[in-house]
Design a protein around this ligand. Structure first.
Ligand code: ADP
Ligand code: ASP
Ligand code: MG
Length: 439
């Protein structure tokens, strides 16, 4: 069994869906295809939801109508046979009727999740209708029947595996399965999701659940690049990465992968491939257990970081101080990304301001607390990075003109992280591209 995941741009136009149908029928191996929503749809649904949460029904209605018009013309282009076109239009009607009904219901978080789920539900049903028109035998697997998260919003691989294999066992005659990325059920049984970009996570979880031979992530670029192609002009695709390297890059901002999507594949040792739907013959990036070559491989940046500094003379020679600090973050379910300590101060970073006020209030009894927002973590990732000749020299030489506020090195053999004010992100990435990769 293999898993192939296609992102928003890979299914965002009718001709792309045609191309996807060819890619998924190329070889004989049984395949589970995970689809995202058509590009732009989840953003549109987020906007609809925001308008509703602000009780602006007129704006929500306008956005729903614009989105529906897009889907109507999509169906017209995608499906040619009368019966299939009628079926496609019925799918669009069903989902837009739902969106129009919610205009009259009072807004809640559960309703928000239902709204966000419409994109993947429609893309998979429309794609399935297209496969039907092409007489390509397949089965649509509803992700809401097997994909679940627990009360801490963590996917439960064991339960996903048992539910999914039970469904697959009932359909041994089928070779091709289509399912939704991103959506799942939560501990209360409600519709929920794996956060933005979560279809990659679905693919990795499904691949781990069925012990797939490979988990292919098909997108709009030829693999993981050595730097952010949205920010830096000259970047190159990396042929090979280890799970650890890929996980660090995803977590520290390489948008091509969902931040936590590597662990399921890594846990079951399923190779992950990043491939380009628009250029299917390009080699892409292969992510495996093997570390591959030693040295710096890529740079990534994560915005929206908040730095917190706690200064206290009581920390001097005191044990148990850090534990007390960490307990505050644990209490508010806020994870720490970077940390540096000196004898009298500890600086750390978080990427969520949801509980910032409460955290600061609880830290204040320990000493002086300073908060700096609008920070960016720039991570330099590579296997055994410390063994790279002159790595620190090259790194600091490259960013000489940048006011770096924190440095973290040694926590992982694959990562050196710098904290910079966000306004310096582009310049930092460009300087590192030159200094570390000569590009
Ligand atoms: P999909 O819709 O297929 O999930 P995404 O937009 O989530 O695609 O991810 C692909 C995009 O990630 C690329 O178009 C590229 O702009 C961006 N990206 C950011 N950093 C990197 C990187 N280091 N390597 C490759 N792509 C990256
Ligand atoms: N459609 C969802 C999003 O845009 C999930 C995904 O594409 O991975 O975030
Ligand atoms: Mg994505």
């Amino acid at each position: 069994m293999k898993v192939m995941k296609f992102g928003g741009t890979s299914v965002g136009k009718p001709e792309r869906m045609h191309q996807v149908s060819q890619l998924i029928t190329k070889d004989a191996e049984p395949t589970i295809v995970v689809l995202s929503a058509l590009s732009g749809t989840t953003n549109a649904l987020v906007e609809i939801s925001n308008s509703l949460s602000q009780a602006d029904r007129t704006a929500a209605k306008e956005k729903i109508d614009t989105l529906e018009a897009h889907y109507r013309s999509f169906v017209l282009d995608l499906l040619k046979n009368d019966d299939c076109r009628a079926k496609g239009n019925a799918i669009v009607s069903e989902h837009f009727e739902f969106l129009n009904i919610i205009l009259r219901i009072s807004f809640s978080e559960a309703l928000n999740k239902d709204i966000l789920a419409q994109g993947e539900l429609m893309s998979t049903k429309l794609f399935s209708t297209y496969l039907e028109e092409q007489h390509i035998d397949h089965l649509l697997l509803p992700a809401l029947e097997f994909m679940s998260i627990d009360a801490n919003e963590e996917p439960q691989l064991g339960s996903i595996r048992s539910k999914l294999t039970a469904i697959l066992d009932q359909h041994k005659d089928k070779k091709l399965f289509i399912t939704q990325g991103y959506i799942c059920r939560n501990a209360k049984g409600e519709v929920d999701n794996l956060k933005r970009g979560g279809s990659d996570y679905t693919a990795s979880l499904v691949a781990a659940a069925v012990h797939a031979s490979v988990c292919e992530i098909w997108t709009d670029i030829d693999g993981m690049h050595n730097n952010d192609p949205r920010v830096v002009d000259k970047t190159n695709a990396i042929k090979q990465l280890s799970f650890d390297e890929a996980a660090e890059l995803a977590y520290f901002g390489a948008k091509i992968l969902h931040p936590t999507c590597i662990w399921p594949a890594q846990q079951e040792n399923v190779p992950v491939k990043l491939l380009n739907t628009m250029e299917p013959d390009a080699v892409g990036t292969t992510i495996t257990k093997e570390a591959g070559s030693v040295g710096v491989k890529a740079v990534a940046a994560k915005d929206g970081i908040i730095a917190i500094k706690i200064k206290s003379s009581r920390m001097l020679l005191a044990y148990g101080f850090l534990r007390k600090v960490f307990e505050v973050f644990e209490k508010y379910h806020t994870s720490i990304d970077m940390i540096t300590t000196s004898e009298v101060a500890v600086s750390l970073t978080i990427d969520s301001d949801i509980y910032l006020l409460q955290i600061v209030r609880e830290l204040e009894p320990f000493g002086t607390v300073d908060v700096d927002d609008k920070q960016t973590i720039v991570s330099i990732v590579g296997n055994e990075i410390a063994k790279t000749e002159n790595v620190l020299e090259k790194l600091f030489e490259s960013v000489r003109e940048i006011p770096v506020t924190m440095v973290s090195y040694g926590g992982s053999p694959h990562n050196i992280s710098l904290l910079v004010p966000s306004e310096y992100k582009t310049q930092t990435l460009q300087l590192l591209n030159k200094g570390l990769f000569g590009l």
